[in-house]
Structure formats: structure tokens, C-alpha cells
Design a protein around this ligand. Structure first.
Ligand code: ADP
Ligand code: MG
Length: 338
């Protein structure tokens, strides 16, 4: 075979393999874009578990008409200009790949109107070269991205889609994590045109109402609020101080939801040291660290980070959590299911 440059769609489909695993990954990328755009209200409409339709509507800053084509192109981002920026990134996105990737494996349309622009425009990419068409449309200030027929052109991926119910439960779970990452954003989730979740905007990040809504009343009632550290390295959140229930386990680093191995390991270790082997921790924990002390560009879907001072961060988390976890023998089990 001779060496040839891949057509745009194929190159994007290959890249999509890394970030677009299932409908929930599409929702994650699109909602993160809305958050980065400063949206205070985000609507997520799902049909048939996301197989048929994923629609994200926001009231963020929008995309100017002459940037719509770029927004759909690979390696095009407004969030990063230099390697220096990458070293202290504050936005959730920065790879400039999500829209191009998703658009290569679905029928995607992007409609947007920045407040200063009089009319709204819609864009979509067609064919193997993903040539972008732009046409006028009706849309309020903000952006809507509609993703239809996910994986219609990648049968190998489509085969891995689970039932409507399973895929929707992944989306619902993801949205819970997002809901606890930004208390100030209102989120509405519909499935097959019925409202399934409605998270109202809350003023304070320490407000417990949303925690109760997402994690359950019992968690909110029995969890201890902790706050430890100073600017530069801080931890706060809620921990169920009784090591005997399997409950919600969410962690965030600089506002980004994470399944970071180091953070999770530190939390588990704190529970084990304080409450013993059997401890099954419940927690919603936020780590805030100087962005220059952490590298977020280690995982395409950004599930993990790399801390420059890994040991120090690990031990700090262990100490912070241990303070509120009670030894197992001091505990009377709570009645009912948490
Ligand atoms: P990234 O988020 O890594 O920059 P994306 O492919 O997800 O890459 O998005 C490309 C660009 O499109 C973003 O940098 C942003 O400028 C713009 N964009 C995407 N979604 C939105 C949105 N909901 N509101 C405003 N701008 C958006
Ligand atoms: Mg993005």
C-alpha cells in the first residue's frame, strides 16, 4: 500500500474511538462545551437512550457565524493558544476534537447565536471530506447541538451499544456527576420527551440541597462536611463518616469530574486506616489545586490527571479524610438503605 493522507472523516472517526464510546460520552463532551461557554442553563434531551437523538441546548456565549466551520474541524479550539496555556488550563475542553469526532460518527448539526449577532446560523459537515455547510436558522442566544443516529456509519461501534435503558442510565449517572460539579448551573434532562431530572441552579457550592437531590437524603443527612488545606491545595466535600455503607463515590479535581487513581486510592486508604478493611466509603470530594501543579492532558477523555507532587497530594487527602471517618467499632449501622 502506498502512503496516503486519510480523508477527514476517516481520520476523525479514528480519533472518535478514543473519546466517543457511547451516548454518555457524547453528552459529557457537549455539556462540558456548554459549561466552558459560560452557560447557566443546559437542557439535555435524549431519545431512545441516545441511540436516536442527543440534543444539548444552552444559553452560553454562542459561536459566531464565521467560526462555525472551525468549530466542527479537528484541532480547532478557542480555549488554548500555546503550550503555556496547556500548563495551567482552566477550561474543561482544550483538545479541539470533540465536535469533529462526534460529527464523523453521527448526523450532527450545530446551531448557534451569540448575543451580539442578529441572526442564528446552523452548520453540519458532509461527505468524506466533511465539508461544512452553513445555513440560516432560528435560534435564541446560545447553542444547540443535535446528534442523531450515533454510530450509524460505524457498525463495529454500534454493535457495542447496550439497550436503551442501560445507555440512558449511563447518561443519568453522568449527569449526577456533572450536577455536583457546578451547583450554579441549572440542568434539565429529558428522555423520550419526558422530564426525568431537573436540577435547579443553587447559589452556593456548599449548599446541600443539590447533594441531597443527587446523593439521596440519607447521604446528605449523615455525611460530614469537611474542609481542609489552603489556597494552592485544598479539599472540601462530604464524607459518610461511617465505613459501612456503599454509597455515592464522586471526586473532582479543579471542577473536573475524575476517576483519578491517586485520589481514589488516597480516599480508600483514609477509610481503611480509620475504619478498617471493611470500610465502603461514600463521598463527594473536591480537590482544588494550583493548575500549574497538575497535568490534565494525560487521558483523552480526561478521567485522570497527573499531580506534579503526587506523594504530597496523596498524603494530604489521606489526612484530610481521616479526620472525619470514624473507627468501625464506634458505629451503629444506620437503618434502611443508603
Ligand atoms: P474543545 O472543547 O476542546 O475546544 P470541541 O471540539 O469540543 O473542542 O469544541 C470546539 C470549539 O467549538 C470550542 O473551542 C468552542 O470555541 C466551540 N464550542 C463548542 N461547543 C460550544 C458551545 N456549546 N457554546 C459555545 N462554543 C462552543
Ligand atoms: Mg469540548
Amino acid at each position: 500500500m502506498s502512503i496516503e493522507i486519510l480523508p477527514a472523516r476517516l481520520a476523525n472517526q479514528i480519533a472518535a474511538g478514543e473519546v466517543v464510546e457511547r451516548p454518555a460520552s457524547v453528552v459529557k463532551e457537549l455539556v462540558e462545551n456548554s459549561i466552558d461557554a459560560g452557560a447557566t442553563k443546559i437542557h439535555i434531551d435524549i431519545e431512545r437512550g441516545g441511540h436516536k437523538l442527543i440534543r444539548i441546548r444552552d444559553n452560553g456565549k454562542g459561536i459566531a457565524k464565521d467560526e462555525l466551520t472551525l468549530a466542527l474541524s479537528r484541532h480547532a479550539t478557542s480555549k488554548l493558544k500555546s503550550l503555556d496555556d496547556l500548563e495551567c488550563i482552566s477550561s474543561l475542553g482544550f483538545r479541539g476534537e470533540a465536535l469533529a469526532s462526534i460529527s464523523s460518527v453521527s448526523r450532527l448539526t450545530l446551531s448557534s447565536k451569540p448575543a451580539i449577532q442578529e441572526t442564528a446560523w446552523q452548520a453540519f459537515a458532509e461527505g468524506r471530506d466533511m465539508a461544512v455547510q452553513v445555513q440560516p436558522t432560528a435560534h435564541p442566544d446560545g447553542t444547540t447541538i443535535e446528534v442523531k443516529d450515533l454510530f450509524f456509519n460505524t457498525p463495529a461501534r454500534r454493535k457495542f451499544l447496550r439497550t436503551e435503558k442501560t445507555e440512558f442510565s449511563h447518561i443519568d449517572e453522568l449527569l449526577k456527576r456533572i450536577a455536583l460539579s457546578r451547583f450554579d448551573i441549572a440542568l434539565t434532562l429529558t428522555h423520550n420527551k419526558k422530564v426525568v431530572r431537573q436540577y435547579r441552579a443553587r447559589e452556593s457550592t456548599h449548599g446541600v440541597k443539590r447533594v441531597a437531590q443527587v446523593a439521596g437524603k440519607e447521604f446528605e443527612q449523615f455525611a460530614a462536611f469537611i474542609e481542609s488545606g489552603t489556597d494552592g491545595l485544598k479539599l472540601y466535600g462530604w464524607v459518610l463518616p461511617i465505613g459501612n455503607t456503599n454509597s455515592i463515590q464522586y471526586s473532582y479535581v479543579n471542577g473536573r469530574m475524575m476517576r483519578d487513581k491517586l485520589v481514589l486510592h488516597a480516599i480508600r486508604q483514609a477509610f481503611e486506616e480509620a475504619a478498617g478493611e471493611q470500610a465502603l466509603p461514600g463521598f463527594v470530594v473536591y480537590v482544588e489545586i494550583d493548575p500549574r501543579q497538575v497535568d490534565v492532558n494525560v487521558h483523552p477523555a480526561k478521567h485522570e490527571v497527573r499531580f506534579h507532587q503526587a506523594r504530597l497530594v496523596h498524603d494530604f487527602i489521606v489526612q484530610a479524610i481521616k479526620q472525619v471517618v470514624l473507627p468501625a467499632d464506634l458505629i451503629t449501622p444506620i437503618e434502611g438503605e443508603l
